[in-house]
Design a protein around this ligand. Structure first.
Ligand code: PMP
Length: 395
């Protein structure tokens, strides 16, 4: 069979392959970015579903507009103000089938082959995958424990500024590192990019899951010229299987995204959009998020404390103020991908760090998720991991 160039270039995602293994129940998986299923509001959803079917059953299973169900977009506009400090109206928002679709639409709107896309180093693997289909040139912008480094970005822009077509950042509880940009860095970043016109995707599926420290406003709230495109998602604060997210952007960008979405899937699920809307109308989603914050915050602390106690000297990790991940750094020369079989043999799983860098390298890192496993398994899994690392570092 003759496939297209695009299809011929498709590679299996390293994470998906690992996740396949981790569906075995005996594995203690720190690999995926899965929310804790025991806290999905299933009972509430049953009531919401009954209400939807009662009140507007026919519309709920009928086709809808590509932009999305207006009452939901209005609710999200309110939520953007309270949760992210962003003023926007329902007209400035569209619904997408997950933020992943937002990333896919935006990469197709902005990137041609060999165009430059700027990303943090490291960055979200799913974004690298979405962008890669357009065959851009990735430039990795250095980061440290305070977020992106504005001086490094400025230097890159002096050299490549004209070729940059898109930038992608995750300022809150980054995937994979768990790092949050400081306020100073946010301001400095906005100043640097303000001198250019390329669009910037601010991807923020985790911002509401803050366990310590001061709440921060989104970069988008500092944007006066429509340069920022904000992606929010129901996946981590509600349920990922509904595949519901939103994009807030200037009318010019939304117009293109809506036209492209029409060609891709016509619209996101009419029923799922009503599930989110009726849930938000009937219950307090912020209350639900506060419960998640309690549980995940405890799991975060437990994982970090256990790592501190058991991991060998020379292994470091981030202590995230929110989100779902911590990022572990092994001594230079160690290879987290090569270590995977030994870790899996102990029935533990993580995601090796290499794939989070578009240009590869950096193999001495791995990402751990703490939201999905109950507390006793977090402790047990970290101990097993510590034993493998200790053994490995003896040699
Ligand atoms: N962006 C980031 C940074 C993510 O971590 C994820 C999922 N793990 C997504 C986007 C995609 O989320 P979804 O499509 O479920 O909204």
């Amino acid at each position: 069979m003759k496939f297209s160039t695009l299809a011929s270039g498709l590679k299996a995602s390293e994470i998906r392959e690992i996740l396949k293994l981790t569906t075995q129940p005996e594995i203690i998986s720190f690999a995926g970015g899965l929310p804790a299923p025991e806290f999905f509001p299933i009972e509430e959803l049953k009531k919401v579903d009954a209400e939807i079917l009662e009140k507007e059953g026919m519309q709920a299973v009928q086709y809808g507009t590509t932009e999305g169900y207006l009452p939901l977009r209005e609710k999200i506009a309110e939520h953007m103000k309270t949760a992210f400090g962003v003023d926007c109206s329902a007209e400035e928002l569209m619904i997408t089938s997950g933020s992943q679709q937002g990333l896919s639409l935006l990469s197709q709107i902005f990137l041609d082959p060999d165009d430059v896309v700027l990303v943090e180093s490291p960055t979200y693997l799913g974004a690298i995958n979405a962008f890669t289909l357009q065959h851009p040139r990735f430039i990795e912008v250095p980061t440290d424990e305070q977020g992106i480094i504005p001086e490094a970005l400025e230097k890159i822009l002096q050299e490549h500024g004209k070729a940059v077509r898109l930038m992608y950042v995750i300022p809150e509880f980054q995937n994979p590192t768990g790092i949050t940009w400081t306020e100073e860095r946010r301001k400095a970043f906005m100043k640097v990019v303000g001198a250019y016109d390329f669009p910037i995707i601010e991807d923020d599926p985790y911002g509401e899951l803050r366990y310590d420290g001061e709440k921060m406003k989104a970069l988008k709230s500092l944007d006066t010229k429509g340069q920022l495109i904000f992606l929010g998602s129901f996946s981590k604060i509600f349920m990922p299987g509904l595949r519901l997210a939103w994009m807030a952007a200037s009318p010019e960008i939304l117009d293109k995204a809506v036209k492209l979405k029409q060609a891709v899937d016509l619209q996101s699920s009419s029923f799922a959009q009503r599930q989110a809307y009726y849930y938000m109308k009937r219950y307090d989603i912020n209350e639900h998020v506060r419960n998640l914050v309690q549980v995940y915050g405890k799991r975060r602390t437990l994982m970090c404390e256990t790592m501190k106690q058991y991991f060998p000297q020379g292994v470091t990790f981030t202590y995230p103020e929110g989100g779902l991940f911590t990022w572990v750094t092994l001594p230079e020369g160690m290879d987290a991908t090569a270590l995977m079989p030994k870790v899996l043999a102990e029935k533990v799983a993580y995601v090796p760090g290499g794939p989070f860098y578009p240009h590869g390298g950096h193999r001495n890192h791995f990402r751990l998720n703490y939201s999905n496993m109950p507390e006793d398994r977090i402790v047990e899994g970290v101990k097993r991991l510590a034993a493998v690392l200790t053994e490995e570092m003896k040699n």
